[in-house]
Design a protein around this ligand. Structure first.
Ligand code: LLP
Length: 445
């Protein structure tokens, strides 16, 4: 039996029902949070977030050379980045915006890895100028582009090669990434050509190791075993063939979370056990020096810590059909149900103990029939003005949010010890039009 880690919980660890009979998170009454900050409101619980960071660190502590990085794509704000950096994590970033956010948050840039399948000249330049520690090069075009930029800055850049290990994992097709026919990384058959080019022509690049990522919302641990076997085998092969001393492997992220009662994700302690055993076995088998291990989880770090609070507005009973309850957010603050048929759990924050007696479908407020947040959920007589709390929205909600229908993006608060702090301001109507320009010839006099 493995110790539990917080990615296995449906709700933030501080969730309770307070004396007023309302849902409380981080010591804050969620109904009061909506009164104070409005809705929809993203709420992040600091304790849950720090707990999972500690889980990861202690789960991997027996391996001397482990480097934890957080995959910023799951949630990238300056406040959460500062918090995660304070836990000793580095960052996996995929754009100038993410690089700049972690930089402004004060992250140690030497612990940042820049990753992505089509990094631009400007983004690579920014990464070099801000001292990003590693660049995971995805393809031949990028090798040449990065070498040119590095040369013009008179720098030698540490790189990894992103490879496609050819492993299928059982998750939604859109979030599988390590299978052979993937848009990411070098195919196994292209690695030697890439290494030859680095050694012969690209003198401003220093190859440190290999990087792979097999998918997201992963529940089976064996895929990590297979991935590590391939990465270590390739390291050994390249070291022998080219006389290299590659000593870094980055195995990506992927650990799943519990969106509904049906989901039973493994604990961080279990995947750490599989990963470290597989690594030690592969190191023995291929007789290499133990490489530095990098892991870059995203979802499992931030998902459980986050909830979204909505206010219920209109409702509609389709004659002989479903009962729809509409909330003041939806697919623009959480596109996951409409993109991936993702399922979520929710309760009514102002009557969490009331008996669930009504089956409803939670509809968003956006002009799209597919804007449904939760299908067929039992709730206690949901009514206009009730506060709906949707759990496990910390990952890939705010980071994929849009301004569809020109609705302002929601605010985010960090809660801890009965204190709440705004970490993202709610957008204003002026923010909505701030980038718009009306050409003079079209101005209405
Ligand atoms: N490293 C790399 C190279 C990645 O591509 C990803 C995620 C991660 C790490 C972090 O994976 P995680 O630990 O979060 O599973 N928007 C989708 C998820 C896309 C994941 C993309 N890559 C969703 O909402 O489910």
């Amino acid at each position: 039996m493995y110790k539990n880690s917080t990615n296995q919980f449906l709700k933030p660890v501080t969730t309770k029902i307070n004396d007023a009979g309302n849902l409380e998170i981080g010591g804050c009454d969620t109904v009061e949070l909506v009164e104070k900050y409005g809705s929809p409101l993203y709420v992040m619980d600091e304790t849950t977030l720090r707990n999972i960071c500690c889980d990861y660190k202690s789960a991997f502590s027996s391996y001397p050379k482990v480097n934890m990085m957080f995959a910023s794509k799951a949630l990238c704000t300056m406040g959460t980045s500062a918090l995660i950096a304070s836990e000793g994590f580095g960052f996996d970033v995929v754009s100038a915006g993410e690089i700049y956010t972690v930089y402004k948050a004060g992250a140690d840039m030497s612990k940042v890895l820049f990753n992505g399948n089509n990094k631009s000249f400007d983004e690579l330049t920014l990464a070099i100028e801000l001292g990003v520690g590693r660049i995971s090069v995805d393809n031949f075009f990028e090798l040449s582009l990065l070498n040119e930029i590095a040369k013009s800055h008179n720098k030698i850049i540490d790189i990894l090669l992103r490879i496609t290990p050819g492993i299928e994992c059982h998750t939604h097709e859109y979030i599988q990434t390590g299978h052979l026919d993937s848009k990411f990384g070098f195919d196994l058959t292209q690695i030697d050509e890439a290494v030859e080019l680095i050694l012969s022509e690209y003198n401003n690049l220093k190859l440190r190791g290999l990087h792979a990522h097999i998918g997201s919302q992963i529940f089976e641990t064996k895929v990590y075993h297979d991935e590590i076997e391939i990465l270590v085998r390739e390291i050994k092969r390249l070291n022998d063939k080219f006389g290299l001393s590659l000593d870094e492997i980055n195995i990506g992220g992927g650990l799943g979370v519990k969106y509904t009662e049906k989901d039973v994700p493994p604990s961080a302690y279990e995947i750490a056990d599989v990963i470290l055993k597989s690594l030690n076995t592969a190191v023995e088998k291929y007789q290499i020096n133990p490489p530095a291990l990098f892991i870059e989880p995203g979802r499992s770090i931030v998902s459980t810590a986050g909830v979204t609070l909505y206010t219920i507005g209109s409702s509609k009973q389709v004659p002989k059909g479903k009962k729809y309850i509409a909330v003041d957010g939806g697919m623009a603050d959480n596109p996951r149900p409409s993109m991936y048929q993702a399922e979520y759990s929710a309760i009514i924050a102002n009557k969490p103990l009331a008996e669930n007696n009504t089956k409803v479908t939670i509809a968003g407020r956006f002009c799209e029939s597919g804007d449904i947040l939760i299908k067929d959920i039992e709730l206690p007589n949901p009514e206009e003005g009730d506060i709906l709390c949707v759990f496990n929205t910390g990952a890939y909600n705010y980071s994929m949010a849009s301004n569809y229908n020109r609705v302002q993006k929601s605010a985010m608060v960090l809660v801890n010890n009965s204190q709440s702090d705004i970490i993202i301001n709610r957008e204003t109507l002026d923010d909505i039009v701030s980038g718009d320009v009306v050409p003079d010839r079209l101005k209405i006099k």
